[in-house]
Design a protein around this ligand. Sequence first.
Ligand SMILES: *[C@@H]1O[C@H](CO)[C@@H](O)[C@H](O)[C@H]1NC(C)=O
Ligand SMILES: CC(=O)N[C@H]1CO[C@H](CO)[C@@H](O)[C@@H]1O
Length: 296
Amino acid sequence: VHNNKKCYCCSFEDYKLTTEWLLNQTSHRPKIAVICGSGLGLLAAAATDKQTFHYQDIPNFPVSTVAGHEGCLVFGTIGGKSCVFMQGHFHLYEGYSLCQVTFPVRVFRMMGVDTLVVTNASGGICPDFKVGDIMIIKDHINLPGFAGQHPLCGPNDERFGIRFPCMSDAYCKELRRLALDISVELGCEGFVREGVYCMVSGPNFETIAEARMLMVLGSDSVGMSTVPEVTVAKHCGLRVFGLSLITNKVSLDYSREEKVNHEEVLQISKMRAEVLQKVVTTLICRCSQDQSINTH
Ligand SMILES: *[C@@H]1O[C@H](CO)[C@@H](O)[C@H](O)[C@H]1NC(C)=O
Ligand SMILES: CC(=O)N[C@H]1CO[C@H](CO)[C@@H](O)[C@@H]1O
């Protein structure tokens, strides 16, 4: 019974009700949805004509339990494009089911969104990465998924997508290229990288042995979120673009006493978070809404 609930807690009607409710409350008809990672709330600040909904007021929406993590859905316009921003998202380690974690993604799809932008913070595993680097997510490793913690477990609802979705092109190549072009124009290509994001459930950080394993598996960075949302987005046909801010270096070496200057780390993260937000807003302004770019 427990397993059933975990895998199949939201029906099509649940998503539909939430979608209808939101469309009734706002005249925005967003094509782009942005999941704002921690410290990246400014993404929504760049928008005009804003309309904000607290998660607790939206029917069926999961509510953030963490104190000081207020959740809001913000509708707004950037560069003439209607967008919706999620400020505050849900993690497996907080005890949410994967169905709750990914609930907003299907609602976005039903509202008419065609592009999902995910942003987050992660720990750098690739030895070349430095704190403050911005990683364009090229691909991911769904480690919890390997162990059956997968958002698409359970009966498949064909109205959202097919039973066995392809994941080999989860992160849109055109948008990745556009982001690289934008980073050159903004003069920040020196700290913009591309890499593979690996998801772990958390909440503890990796042991050294685990971190070494993740490196051997081909991970460039590690974090505790994002992959379930991307998986569900790809399943229902959304185009996905992801950026991850490297906020720390994962320890890979027993002999090294990492002396981290936390002050410095916080400062550089804050500075680079602003650059990341600039890249995303420019990308939103520039990206083509033509779905045909997605069909190769
Ligand atoms: C949306 O508005 C329509 C028309 O006013 C109403 O019939 C419907 O019940 C509303 N739906 C929700 C979920 O609020
Ligand atoms: C670091 C990481 O992997 N995940 C972060 C993603 O963003 C949320 C907040 O939006 C943080 O709480 C997570 O720690």
